[in-house]
Design a protein around this ligand. Structure first.
Ligand code: DGP
Length: 114
């Protein structure tokens, strides 16, 4: 999508601190980290949120979880734990309308979230 920030990051038009990349996914550091480790995982193709996922996206969604686990292990978060979350819509505070998963770790987190 022309005007989408994360599409531009995926295309390399806006710089980011890249963590991992696959054929379909990009992982990069969040510009405003709220935990010592705060990585965003996005599909390279534009999907506005999980509400727009199609049957054909099943494999890609699974790959997001596998990539999150790989990054968590790389960063030494497997034992201490981490959170993988996708904010959807206003009540969840979604601010960028391109599907993304926050991988948060490196500190204790409360539940339920605020
Ligand atoms: P959400 O509120 O769930 O839609 O999260 C959007 C996240 O995107 C937020 O944690 C900040 C991050 N973000 C916004 N703009 C940029 C950017 O230009 N670069 C990077 N790396 N992250 C960004």
């Amino acid at each position: 999508m022309n005007d989408c920030l994360f599409c531009k990051i995926a295309a390399g038009e806006i710089p980011s601190s890249r963590v991992e990349e696959t054929e379909t996914l990009l992982a990069f550091d969040d510009v405003n980290p709220v935990a010592p480790s705060h990585v965003l995982i996005i599909p390279k193709k534009h999907i506005g949120s999980c509400l727009e996922l199609a049957e054909d996206d099943r494999v890609m969604v699974g790959e997001i979880h596998l990539l999150a686990a790989k990054i968590a292990k790389q960063r030494g978060l497997a034992d201490s734990g981490f959170r993988l979350v996708t904010n959807t819509g206003p009540n969840a505070g979604q601010s960028v309308f391109h599907l993304h998963y926050h991988l948060l770790g490196g500190r204790g987190m409360s539940w339920p979230p605020g």
